[in-house]
Design a binder for this molecule. Structure first.
Ligand code: RFL
Ligand code: PHB
Length: 394
């Protein structure tokens, strides 16, 4: 077993883990990152597409905004629609804040490039990650490296940025942790298509057949989703069937608008759930991002929430490790959870408003809510404030 001593051991090289190592390095705090997957696999995973204003501001101020500014597409708002109606909700005029279309794959590539040029130590393709001595002064993370050799990182602090399936959250003893969870009775079938988007901004569509959404990655690549039953097999949906359903749900009563189909590059089914684990700190273990909370994708919050956690955690760890000031670290869990619960509520609210449940009473309430949101400035402003994102530290 080889021991390596560092200040912060970070488990997971997704956006939360890499951004944390980047922000810590900028303040002179050393970290080592470990990751089960390969660098290529992590960078190719197709996930989030929308960045909030505060995420963009943070990435820019951290020196990660150059390509985002060049290639990202700033959107003023979104379209909300239901049969025969389509309304634009303009976040900029309502709140002065906007959102950006810039894929998580691109954020990940920018982070990898920045960490590589800074010489960040990252161990990819590791296995058997285990956390030790989390309530002592010298916690550690052991693992088997890509060459099969046992390794151990001994640190002042361990941060679990290992997403929904990593070991960190379960390293908090059951007697100490609380979890809240909700599964939804539907999933999303998502496609990435090599075709120019048929819309200038995202469309969220309520339809009696199920929710549909038109998003995008660039001026030539579209991302679209369909509500499907849980346990749907992706092979049951041919490309033709997907495009027909999208055209029906997105085009219903939209005179003069057409969905342009194109070659499907990727196709997958995503289950939806809400999950929160508290506290986000146990001894010298801190949790950030999907390791501590999961939201259904309807509100576009997951990646933004991971970034917001790290934006709080980095100064907290700098205070703890460089200035011997534990105040922000002690407040981290409570402060982060305020935003986590706000985003958990917003994601649940967007999800339950837009996915017809089959219950006729509930469906009338959904439509009533959509009409109110798109006709009342007060309603639209509440949605805009949550979607475009509350300031870091909210
Ligand atoms: P990640 O990205 O899952 O990274 C965790 C990393 O930890 C590694 N890992 C381990 N490493 C070492 N040892 C172990 N034992 C490990 N176990 C796991 C994993 O391999 C992985 O690399 O978590 P992080 O960094 O917290 O980032 C969270 C975001 O990835 C996630 O919230 C978003 O993708 C959610 N999300 C969206 N968020 C948005 O803000 N806007 C969106 O538009 C949006 N759309 C989406 C989404 C997620 C989706 N899927 C597939 C879940 C759309 C989709 C379809
Ligand atoms: C996406 O582009 O993948 C995306 C956008 C907005 C969402 C969810 C996913 O709410």
């Amino acid at each position: 077993m080889t021991d390596r001593r560092t200040q912060v051991a970070i488990i997971g090289a997704g956006p939360a883990g890499l951004l944390l190592s980047h922000l810590l390095a900028a303040e002179g705090v050393e970290s080592v990152v470990v990751e089960t997957r390969s660098e290529e696999y992590v960078a190719a995973r197709i996930r989030a597409g929308i960045l909030e204003q505060s995420t963009v501001d943070l990435l820019r101020s951290a020196g990660l905004g150059e390509r985002l500014t060049r290639e990202g597409d700033q959107h003023r708002g979104i379209y909300l629609q239901w049969p025969s109606e389509r309304h634009h909700v303009d976040f900029v005029s309502l709140t002065g804040r906007s959102v950006w279309v810039y894929g998580q794959t691109e954020v990940q590539k920018d982070l990898v490039a920045a960490r590589r040029s800074a010489g960040q130590e990252i161990h990819y393709e590791i296995s058997e990650t285990a956390l030790h001595d989390l309530t002592g002064d010298l916690p550690s993370v052991s693992f088997i490296d890509s060459a099969g050799a046992p390794q151990r990182i001994v640190a002042d602090v361990v941060v679990g940025c290992d997403g929904s399936f990593g070991p960190s959250r379960n390293a908090v003893p059951a007697a100490v942790r609380s979890t809240w969870e909700k599964a939804y009775p539907y999933s999303w079938l998502g496609i990435l298509a090599d075709v120019a988007p048929s819309t200038d901004e995202l469309i969220y569509a309520w339809h009696p057949d199920g929710f549909a959404m038109h998003s995008m990655r660039s001026s030539t690549v579209s991302r679209l989703y369909l509500q499907v039953p849980n346990d749907t097999a992706v092979d049951d949906w041919s490309d033709d069937r997907i495009w027909e359903s999208l055209a029906t749900r997105l085009g219903h009563g939209q005179a003069g608008w057409q969905l342009t189909p194109g070659p499907v590059i990727e196709k997958s089914v995503l289950p939806m759930r809400s999950f929160v684990q508290t506290p986000m700190r146990h001894g010298r273990l801190f949790l950030a991002g999907d390791a501590a909370h999961i939201v259904p994708p309807t509100g576009a919050k997951g990646l933004n929430l991971a970034v917001a956690d790290v934006a709080l955690l980095a100064p907290a760890l700098v205070g703890l490790l460089r200035k011997h000031d534990a105040r922000l670290a002690d407040e981290y869990s409570d402060t982060a959870l305020r935003r986590v619960w706000r985003c958990t509520h917003f994601s649940w609210w967007m999800t339950t408003m837009l996915h017809p449940s089959g219950d006729p009473f509930e469906e009338q309430l959904q439509l009533s809510q959509l009409r109110w949101l798109t006709s009342s400035e007060a309603g639209a402003t509440g949605m805009a404030e949550n979607y475009a994102g509350l300031p870091i530290g909210f």
